[in-house]
Design a protein around this ligand. Structure first.
Ligand code: DP6
Length: 330
């Protein structure tokens, strides 16, 4: 319910992070943040962001507090302007956010961050948006955030419309339909050097592989949809590794090169390959950062976590099951 003018309007939301199996990299419209290729992801229950948005009359500018520290609000303000525009609201807001995992180290904090912000800000502003509209709104903040609106396995469509209204995410399978686990191996706790938005812009401009990346995207998506429909884990894993390695080949062939891996990343990848050679079905994927995410079935999760935990360069591991979609907490 809207509160009277002059009072705070507040809402709190939680969103889980997600990891793409078929990756998004590159935009067909940077202004509207429309991806050049579709993507398919897993929402993770172990990695989440809680965000409270409070629109407050009389506030001079938006404030963004991350884990209790005031940080640059430029990207948040640009996003809140969209919400204020739709709601006919002038007030600036205080945005307070906490992640339960390292921020900006390739664990997709912008995915859970903008998904939680979309849900909290639209509710606080009194907008009632359906899931598709929320996903489109979250996409404006960050492409991967559109997918964190939903739980389980999720597809984000690139769409073809110039207004981006057919570029939204939708659920492919609910979390309970296919229990899968992801073991995250953390190989670095610090900030990464080049953020995804900047990096993917440079890849589109400079990598000779970029046209091939865009051309082959639809095939990868179709194959992954089939693997999911058939609950074929080996197929899902093979496709996820292929999309990951193709993405990193694209990144490494960008000028200047985007090399997100460290020695621990390589060692963890080899550990996954060795586990697989020993008969355990486990596959890796890596985003725009040094962390390795190992995909496996629940019965192998603790063994995979133990093996990755012993790898030199891996600081810690975290096992996650499939998580639910973004939702209001208050
Ligand atoms: C490698 O969603 O962070 O994680 O839309 O510019 O905010 P922006 O990019 P972002 O990019 C995610 C890139 C990726 C792959 C993926 O999640 O699909």
């Amino acid at each position: 319910m809207n509160q009277a003018f002059g009072e705070d309007r507040t809402a709190t939301a939680r969103a889980h992070s997600n990891i793409a199996l078929i990756k998004y990299w590159g935009k067909r419209d940077a202004e509207l943040n429309i991806p050049a290729v579709g993507s398919i992801s897993l929402t993770l229950d172990g990695l989440s962001t809680d965000t409270r948005v409070t629109f407050r009359a009389g506030l001079q500018q938006d404030e963004f507090w991350l884990a209790g520290n005031r940080v640059d609000a430029t990207r948040v303000t640009r996003f809140l302007d969209l919400v204020r525009g739709s709601a006919g609201l002038d007030s600036r807001a205080v945005v307070e956010s906490t992640n339960n995992f390292p921020t900006a180290a390739g664990l997709a904090s912008s995915a859970s961050g903008f998904a939680a912000l979309a849900v909290a800000a639209s509710a606080a502003a009194g907008l009632s948006l359906d899931d598709r509209q929320l996903s489109i709104l979250a996409r404006r903040g960050s492409g991967s955030a559109a997918r964190s609106l939903f739980g389980g396995l999720v597809e984000l469509h690139a769409g073809t419309r110039s207004d981006g209204l057919d570029s939204f995410a939708e659920p492919v399978l609910p979390p309970e339909a296919w229990p899968l686990n992801v073991v995250v191996a953390i190989t670095e706790l610090g900030q990464k050097s080049v953020n995804s938005t900047v990096g993917m812009g440079e890849s589109a401009l400079t990598s000779p592989f970029y046209p091939a990346w865009v051309e082959t995207g639809e095939n990868d998506l179709a194959a992954m949809r089939l693997a999911i429909a058939n609950r074929n884990f080996e197929q899902l894993g093979q496709l996820a590794e292929h999309s990951c390695l193709k993405l990193h080949a694209l990144m490494m062939s960008t000028r200047p090169a985007l090399v997100y891996w460290n020695a621990g990343t390589m060692a963890a990848m080899h550990s996954v390959l060795e586990l697989r050679a020993s008969g355990i079905p486990v596959y890796f994927t890596i985003d725009a950062g040094p962390q390795v995410k190992a995909l496996c079935l629940p019965e192998h999760a603790s063994g995979v976590a133990d093996a990755l935990g012993r790898v030199v360069g891996v600081h810690e591991t975290k096992v996650s099951a499939l998580g639910s979609g973004a939702h209001l907490l208050s």
